[in-house]
Each structure stands twice: as structure tokens, then as C-alpha cells.
Design a protein around this ligand. Structure first.
Ligand code: ATR
Length: 269
């Protein structure tokens, strides 16, 4: 459920997961009117739906609509996964674990002990910060155009950061926080066609630079990474890994996400 949904790759991804695991899953797109989210969820429940993904712009509304939130959904303040347990709506968030799995398994970059820059402090950034901290990097800096939002995100995650021995701080976008092993762009800048909002000095030599966008929207960011000696990565792996984690929530079975990511890349080429 989202608005818009017509370009979503999720039905394709879940159809492949279902085929490869032998699970009986019927997953489609549902375009929800901007003022009709609670009614759409109730209607789907009444039709016998078992659960769904929630995408832009309803992830925050979803977090306040559900009956129960997982710890990771509560920390993010947003849900991308609903599971219907009878008439009880369980809310979860698999975006952060999806990003961590993509970085660690698919890109082969271990987060433990590394320095990470998270660019952006909106919903996309809030959705991933908790799981990033739990992977125990050495330092995480949240850089954002609007300083107050970066500070608020850091404040709401301070306890988790301390528990995982991570130095967590907020910074402006000007590069004053130094350089990093991993840079994650969670802003809407690529979507708007704007320039990458941080200077290339944030990249340590050989850094990994990931944009949560994929397809044409990620092209400018990937070029920027290549131009400055970094390894660029788009958000397709995160998309497939968050879907795999959602499939696990619904079906109790972990699908072969690496295989499906390779298939999806081939499909999109
Ligand atoms: P989302 O749920 O996709 O994260 P959002 O909550 O509107 O959407 O947040 C968008 C993020 O992209 C914010 O961090 C925003 O910065 P502000 O908090 O200052 O608004 C950031 N953003 C959007 N366009 C940007 C640009 N051109 N340059 C820098 N940051 C940008």
C-alpha cells in the first residue's frame, strides 16, 4: 500500500520469493488515496488480507494505526510491514535490517568498528538508524540540512548508541565532521535531481557510498562516488533485503534474497 505504487518492484520480488520457497503468497499493489489510509487497511483486513507492506507516504501513519509495534518499529517511529494476527494489527520495520544485510552480506562491508555518515534525518534515515547502531560501528554522524531534525534523531537514539559503544553525533552537510568508511544517502536529493548534498571530502579512500534510491534516480550519486574513488551502491539490495525480512515476518521462512537480487538486477538491465 502506498501512493504512488505503480512502479513498485515488490510484487515481482515477493512472487520470486514465493516461487523459490514454495510458500502460497499472493502479493499485489494497492494504490491508497492520500486521505484514506486507515480505511484501506481496515478494508484489506476485512477481505481476509494477512499482511502488507506500507510505503511512501504512509509509514508514519502506519506506526500510529497499529495495535502493537516491534521494538525496531517503535524506535523508527514508522512501519513498513503490517501483519494481521486475527483482527490485531502488528507493525514492524524491516528497512534498517535490510540496509545492514545489504551492506554486510551483499556489498561485503562489515560495519563493526567503521565510521559511517548517514545523510538525511527524515523518515528514511529514522527507519535505518537503530539497526545501523546495533551493527556496532565506531562512529555514526547524522548530517542534515535542517539541524534540528538531525539533533532530534541523535537524541532519540542516544541510549541505543551508548549500549552499543557507538559515538553518535549530528552535523551540518558541510563536511566538517571529517571522512568516513561508509556514506549512506537517505535524503530525497537524488529523487529531486539535486546534487549530492555533501562534499566529496566525506569519503575516505575506497569508501562505500550507498544511495537508497535505485534506477535512474541513483545515477547521479553513483557517478559522484565513482568520480571520487568510492564504491557506489544503489538501493536495490536494500529493497530486496527489507522484502526478505518482511517475508520472514509473514511466512516464518527466509527466502534466498541474494539470488533474487541478482535476478532483479538482470531484469532491470
Ligand atoms: P523521507 O521519508 O524520504 O526521508 P522526508 O521525511 O521528507 O522524506 O525527508 C527528506 C530528507 O531529505 C530530509 O533529511 C531533507 O532535509 P531537511 O530535513 O533539511 O528537509 C532531505 N533533503 C531533501 N532534499 C534535499 C536537498 N536538496 N539537499 C539536502 N537535503 C535534502
Amino acid at each position: 500500500m502506498g501512493n504512488p505504487v505503480e512502479h513498485s518492484k515488490s510484487p515481482w520480488i515477493h512472487a520470486r520469493f514465493a516461487a523459490l520457497t514454495g510458500q502460497p503468497v499472493d502479493y499485489g499493489r494497492r494504490l491508497v488515496p492520500l486521505d484514506g489510509f486507515p480505511a484501506a487497511v481496515r478494508a484489506f483486513l476485512a477481505e481476509g488480507g494477512k499482511g502488507c507492506n506500507i510505503t511512501v507516504p504512509f509509514k508514519f501513519q502506519a506506526a500510529s494505526l497499529v495495535d502493537h509495534r516491534s521494538a525496531r518499529a517503535a524506535l523508527a517511529g514508522a512501519c513498513n510491514v503490517l501483519r494481521f494476527d486475527g483482527s490485531i494489527i502488528q507493525g514492524d520495520n524491516t528497512d534498517g535490517i535490510g540496509l545492514v544485510r545489504d551492506l554486510e552480506r551483499n556489498a561485503g562491508v562489515k560495519l563493526a568498528g567503521r565510521d559511517l555518515l548517514l545523510v538525511g534525518a527524515g523518515g528514511a534515515a529514522a527507519g535505518v538508524l537503530g539497526p545501523l547502531l546495533e551493527a556496532r560501528p565506531r562512529r555514526v554522524v547524522v548530517a542534515n540540512r535542517t539541524a534540528a531534525k538531525a539533533h532530534a534523531l541523535v537524541a532519540s537514539h542516544a541510549t541505543l548508541a551508548a549500549a552499543n559503544d557507538v559515538v553518535l553525533a549530528a552535523s551540518p552537510l558541510d563536511g566538517s565532521a571529517g571522512s568516513f568508511d561508509i556514506v549512506v544517502n537517505a535524503t530525497a536529493s537524488s529523487l529531486a535531481g539535486d546534487a549530492v548534498p555533501v562534499p566529496a571530502s566525506v569519503l575516505k579512500p575506497g569508501a562505500l557510498a550507498l544511495d537508497m534510491m535505485y534506477g535512474p534516480a541513483a545515477a547521479g550519486f553513483l557517478q559522484w562516488a565513482a568520480d571520487h574513488g568510492a564504491t557506489g551502491r544503489d538501493g536495490l539490495g536494500m529493497l530486496v533485503e527489507q522484502a526478505a525480512e518482511a517475508f520472514l515476518v509473514w511466512r516464518g521462512v527466509r527466502p534466498p534474497s541474494g539470488q533474487v537480487l541478482a535476478e532483479l538486477r538482470a531484469e532491470l538491465e
